[in-house]
Design a binder for this molecule. Structure first.
Ligand code: SAH
Length: 243
């Protein structure tokens, strides 16, 4: 008998931003596993479920418990914020799932912060863009610096995930300094905090100003390209249509 394990991206937070497919997977599941904060976001809408909750940095444990739950015959979902494949747990779960030949793992796409945050700001990623995480927990900082430099050199729009944490307060400043080697201080940038959640906050500012701004880990940062501009209170990167 084979059992089903979904890995579900629930979008930025509010239930309206979840795809119908994600909702359907959760509805079908007997058990839902996730990081406490995300479980709390969905629990009111799926009251009748059995929940497996684990804390931050317990990703392996969460995957193991979810795999064991599916193994026992219960359809199970692991929830991630945004999309489960973007700095999420989809790859880890599939890797750990190698040991469980009877479990079929299905990935359900979700709206990642680069997309939901872009919509809050306007249309900042209307052209080629790069997504870079400033977390050096699993990537050496030198590699992150290289990726930032290459993206800025190529005039890509850059979406920064994990722009800060308690131990890495100055990483955004460092990132801006690298980008400033290739882009001007006046470059149009923006950030969005708590997308789709209580306390949502968005701001458009220059790269020079961004360098001296402190953001928290619930923020996604957008660094424009040379064509990006501010129109009224929105950040826009034109695709190139002649008006
Ligand atoms: N899988 C998630 C990303 C996890 S990494 C996704 O696809 O969105 C965590 C980082 O994502 C945060 O540090 C932040 O930069 C960004 N992020 C995720 N949810 C967010 C939200 N609701 N508001 C703002 N940023 C968010």
């Amino acid at each position: 008998m084979s059992s089903l394990l979904y890995i579900v991206g629930i979008g930025p937070g509010k239930v309206e931003a979840m795809t119908m497919e994600a909702k359907q997977a959760l509805k079908e599941s007997e058990v839902i596993a996730g990081y406490t904060v995300y479980v709390d976001l969905i629990r009111p809408y799926f009251k009748e479920k059995e929940y497996i909750m684990t804390g931050m940095k317990q990703e392996k444990e969460r995957c193991k418990l979810a795999l064991q739950s599916a193994q026992s015959g219960k359809t199970t979902s692991v929830v991630c914020s945004g999309d489960a494949g973007v700095y999420g747990m989809a790859a880890l779960l599939i890797e750990m799932g190698k040991e469980y030949p009877n479990i079929e793992i299905q990935v359900i796409a979700g709206v990642t912060a680069a997309l939901s945050g872009a919509a809050v700001l306007g249309a900042p990623i209307g052209h080629d863009f790069a997504v870079i995480s400033l977390s050096d927990l699993m990537t050496p900082w030198e590699k992150i610096e290289k990726r930032l430099a290459c993206a800025a050199m190529a005039d890509l729009i850059i979406c920064l995930y994990n722009p800060s944490s308690r131990k890495r307060k100055d990483y955004l400043k460092k990132a801006c300094e690298i980008i400033l080697k290739y882009q001007p201080e006046s470059l149009v940038c923006g950030y969005v905090k708590n997308i789709g959640r209580e306390g949502k906050e968005a701001k458009i500012l220059s790269l020079g100003e961004l360098k001296d701004t402190t953001v928290d880990m619930f923020t996604t940062v957008f660094i424009g390209n040379s064509q990006t501009k501010q129109i009224k209170n929105q950040m826009v990167t034109p695709r190139g249509y002649q008006l």
